[in-house]
Design a binder for this molecule. Structure first.
Ligand SMILES: [Fe+2]
Ligand SMILES: [Fe+2]
Length: 187
């Protein structure tokens, strides 16, 4: 049975496809936040409120699972690999993990101000500025981050990880989302 984690169904035999698909969702919801940032200085309208609500929910509930997929499932298995290409990518893995940490306070700021906007219908000029700056910083951080993961780390993983490791990663991803029992996974 194909499994849906991102925007399209996948078999769990190649988790790097699933991880890239998560990136497309991150980009989509960052786009929503950028669109909200343009109009957040004005009184709220229903369409903006709904877009903001959905994006905030995605970044507070779903996106941390993607970070865990990378930090707890993918990166540790790459670090165990003795291949020289992987060894030389270790500094990139460290930097990617640091970027996950740097994104956290920006997400917290967007969440705090976004929730205030949803609750009260308006933000002060200073808060609007803070919201816009945090969203812009996130957009630029993720742009580089996702490019490195999609173009360097995931192709390396797809090439070097064994089928068993790929299946283990996919199963861990499924468990994080309470998606399937192992028997349901299409190998
Ligand atoms: Fe990442
Ligand atoms: Fe990622």
């Amino acid at each position: 049975m194909p499994i849906r984690i991102g925007t399209k169904p996948h078999s769990f035999s190649d988790p790097t496809e699933l991880l890239s698909d998560c990136h497309r969702r991150i980009e989509m919801f960052l786009g929503s936040l950028e669109a909200v940032a343009v109009v957040i200085g004005r009184p709220s309208v229903e369409e903006t409120r709904r877009a903001l609500e959905v994006a905030l929910r995605y970044f507070s509930q779903a996106a941390p699972k993607h970070t865990a997929d990378e930090e707890d499932s993918l990166f540790p298995r790459l670090r165990q690999n003795q291949d020289t290409e992987v060894q030389s990518s270790f500094s990139q893995l460290d930097r990617l993990e640091n970027e996950h940490r740097w994104a956290a306070p920006l997400h917290a700021e967007v969440e705090l101000l976004g929730k205030k906007y949803l609750l009260t219908g308006a933000l002060s000029a200073a808060e609007v500025e803070k919201f816009r700056n945090a969203v812009a910083a996130l957009a630029s951080l993720y742009k580089r981050h996702i490019t490195v993961e999609d173009s360097v780390i995931f192709p390396l993983a797809a090439h070097l990880l064994t089928q068993v490791e790929k299946i283990e990663i996919a199963e861990e991803m499924a468990r994080r989302r309470d998606l399937v029992s192992m028997a349901q996974i299409d190998l």
